[in-house]
Design a protein around this ligand. Structure first.
Ligand SMILES: *[C@@H]1O[C@H](CO)[C@@H](O)[C@H](O)[C@H]1NC(C)=O
Ligand SMILES: *[C@@H]1O[C@H](CO)[C@@H](O)[C@H](O)[C@H]1NC(C)=O
Length: 229
């Protein structure tokens, strides 16, 4: 097997995974969702409340809700801990799964990088290691996309957070609309790049296999030739 091919495939795989991990790291530090609601208090109409959430920090913007406007930053886990339990469980699950994704990516990078510089005729935890780590990354990140979206749309997290953060008089929150933000969408290229790393190693295995067969064929034929002459 030409060592150049092996080095190249594993190096590119390490590179793709490194880019994906950097994307995910950035995603985890930025906004994930924005939820806006109409807000009706006593004697006032047409108010609104908007919650922008990252994984760890958020911003609540109120206008005429119930009577004044204000902006307040909040810590997501601290505020989620004082409302019903489902949102914090789902949110915590998302963060844990993302941490696992990062860990798997780091492992995949280490395995790929080691193999790109190691003995060209052997692999250390070679293809299998990359397959396991990168496919775990891809699956868990898909799970995060689903769980996070469910938490935003199906639970009453936003409706409960508004009065809880501000301890305001009772308001009626209606017409909830949510938009996912850049952090959420960056998980998709993360997933694609993780699958790309798998594809690269698969291609390496495939060329290695073809090459081995080409090398084996003459030796298989040799005894026949010897018998013939
Ligand atoms: C997150 O959203 C808030 C409110 O919409 C905005 O002010 C802030 O700049 C955003 N942060 C990033 C990193 O985009
Ligand atoms: C609410 O908005 C409607 C139409 O935009 C307007 O006619 C109404 O006066 C507003 N009400 C208040 C209390 O601002």
């Amino acid at each position: 097997m030409p060592s150049g091919t092996k080095s190249l495939h594993f190096l590119l795989s390490a590179l793709l995974t490194a880019i994906s991990a950097a994307l995910l790291g950035f995603a985890m530090s930025t906004n994930w969702s924005k939820t806006t609601m109409d807000c009706t208090g006593i004697g006032t109409n047409n108010g609104s409340a908007a919650i922008t959430m990252g994984l760890f920090e958020g911003l609540l913007v109120r206008e005429s809700c119930p009577s004044f406007g204000s902006q307040s930053e909040f810590l997501v886990f601290a505020e989620l801990s004082s409302i019903t339990k489902t949102p914090i469980i789902l949110h915590g699950l998302c963060v844990c799964l993302l941490a696992l994704c990062l860990l798997c990516s780091v492992l995949s990078i280490l395995i790929s990088f080691y193999n790109s510089v190691s003995n060209p005729y052997e692999t250390f935890m070679g293809p299998i290691g990359v397959y396991v780590c990168s496919s775990t990354s891809a699956c868990l990140s898909l799970l995060v996309l689903i769980i996070f979206a469910l938490n935003i749309t199906v639970t009453t997290m936003a409706e409960e957070l508004v009065p809880s953060i501000e301890t305001i008089a009772s308001v009626l929150l209606t017409n909830k609309t949510s938009q996912m933000q850049v952090g959420y969408f960056l998980v998709i290229p993360y997933m694609v790049l993780s699958l790309g790393a798998i594809l690269l190693i698969y291609l390496y295995e495939h060329t290695a296999y073809t090459h081995r067969r080409e090398q084996e064929r003459p030796t298989e034929d040799a005894p026949k030739e010897i018998m013939m002459y």
